[in-house]
Design a protein around this ligand. Structure first.
Ligand SMILES: Nc1ncnc2c1ncn2[C@@H]1O[C@H](COP(=O)(O)OP(=O)(O)OP(=O)(O)O)[C@@H](O)[C@H]1O
Ligand SMILES: [Mg+2]
Length: 377
């Protein structure tokens, strides 16, 4: 392989995940090359080797992949046909297109998992308001409607309280393929990361609680405040899913724990994930380092927590002011680790995160939230 005997890893997408992966690549002396959509993308501002190109242009993808020994991803929004074309050209994609399909297509994921007997909420593809109404009659209201492809941060998820809202949505969203899903009475939302190598060796991170508001993840607490049996069941499911989808790199599995204590698989990401940022300071090996180690097929690092508890609070802008202006005050909160993504502030935009470690989850979370609130404006 070129570059001093070690691999040239290409990452498609230049967001904050690529930025943090770049940081993790430095001590491994891996050359991480970024395909960014824009020169001012989060990772493009800091990475050494950046190509600017469109992730939906096969020409741009081909030109980029030529200079890489292995290609990986900071998002799933690449046409499956383009991924297959890169494989046909002889490029090494990790994860493979077949694994990414589970994260790209919520209907496919649900159908495969249901067939394997994995616990998922009841769901069905709907194309007309009548189908949604029928689903509501069968499963009760509210009904959750989701775009089958391309949703993120709650964009593309609607909770429909009553039949009238179903008609309205289908009228507004006629061009999108929709999945109707049973509304789950959620007690907690949980997530687990698995890092998996091509041959199947894998490590499983601790189960964490993710706290969402308006469909966006605001906070993460590790370990999740759940019984040992629940944590073990979630870890077992995540490990099994990693093998099922033949994950390579980080796989994130999102779960619902319902009011009856049942675990349901919500969705997957086949890349580093927002629920795993705590691992940078909170675990012996971060998700970004293990993602890289997995995609170049090197031995994985220990994912164990380094403290009794770790918590992360996302910095969601409340103003258009630069959060770096508030850094001095934020860093005055004891023991906080601040990560800003170098993104322009717009109200509601995720600009960074703050992690704190501690003996008690509540204390770690309180400090992380306090610093994140200062940065948010
Ligand atoms: N069936 C459901 N029942 C109740 N709440 C749900 C259901 N599906 C989704 N939600 C809520 O909406 C949030 C976003 O849903 P989901 O994770 O499917 O979408 P997404 O936009 O792809 O997510 P992400 O922010 O992880 O990219 C969930 O975290 C949960 O809070
Ligand atoms: Mg989600």
């Amino acid at each position: 392989m070129a570059h001093g005997g070690t691999a040239r890893v290409g990452m498609i997408g230049g967001g904050q995940l690529a930025r943090m992966t770049f940081q993790a690549a430095i001590p491994l002396d891996l050359s991480l090359q970024i395909l960014a959509a824009r020169p001012d993308d989060s990772a493009a501002r800091v990475a050494a080797t950046v190509s600017v190109g469109a992730p939906d242009s096969l020409e741009d993808l081909r030109a980029f992949a030529k200079g890489c020994d292995v290609v990986t991803f900071d998002h799933e929004l690449v046409e499956p046909a383009h991924l297959e074309a890169l494989v046909a050209d002889g490029h090494c994609l990790r994860p493979a297109p077949a694994s990414m399909r589970f994260a790209q297509d919520k209907h496919y994921q649900r159908a495969c998992f249901e067939a394997l007997g994995l616990p998922v909420p009841a769901s069905r593809v709907v194309s007309a308001a009548d189908d949604l109404l029928k689903f509501g009659e069968e499963h009760g209201w509210p009904v959750v409607a989701k775009v089958v492809r391309g949703g993120y941060d709650g964009r593309g998820v609607w909770i429909l309280e009553a039949p009238e809202e179903a008609a309205e949505l289908v009228g507004a969203a006629t061009k999108m393929e929709l999945l109707a899903e049973q509304w789950v009475r959620i007690r907690r939302e949980l997530a687990i990361l698995v890092a998996r190598r091509p041959g199947g060796e894998a490590v499983v991170y601790p189960v964490v609680e993710t706290v969402q508001r308006d469909g966006i993840c605001h906070e993460i607490v590790a370990p999740a405040p759940v019984e040992d049996a629940t944590a073990a069941a979630a870890a077992g499911l995540a490990r099994r899913i990693a093998d099922t989808v033949e994950a390579c790199g980080i796989l994130a599995v999102e779960f619902f724990l319902d009011e009856d204590g049942r675990l349901l698989v919500n969705e997957l990401a086949t890349r580093p994930h927002n629920s795993g940022h705590y691992s940078i300071e909170g675990c012996l090996t971060s998700q970004f380092q293990n993602h890289l180690r997995a995609v170049v097929d090197w031995p994985l690092g220990d994912p164990a927590l380094v403290a009794a508890a770790a918590a992360t609070a996302n910095v969601l802008a409340t103003t258009a002011g630069d959060p770096a202006m508030r850094m001095r005050e934020a860093l005055g909160v004891p023991g906080v680790h601040v990560h800003l993504y170098g993104k322009e502030a717009r109200p509601g935009r995720k600009l960074g995160h703050v992690t704190a470690l501690g003996d008690e989850p509540d204390d770690a979370l309180e400090r992380a939230k306090r610093a994140a609130a200062i940065l948010a404006g």
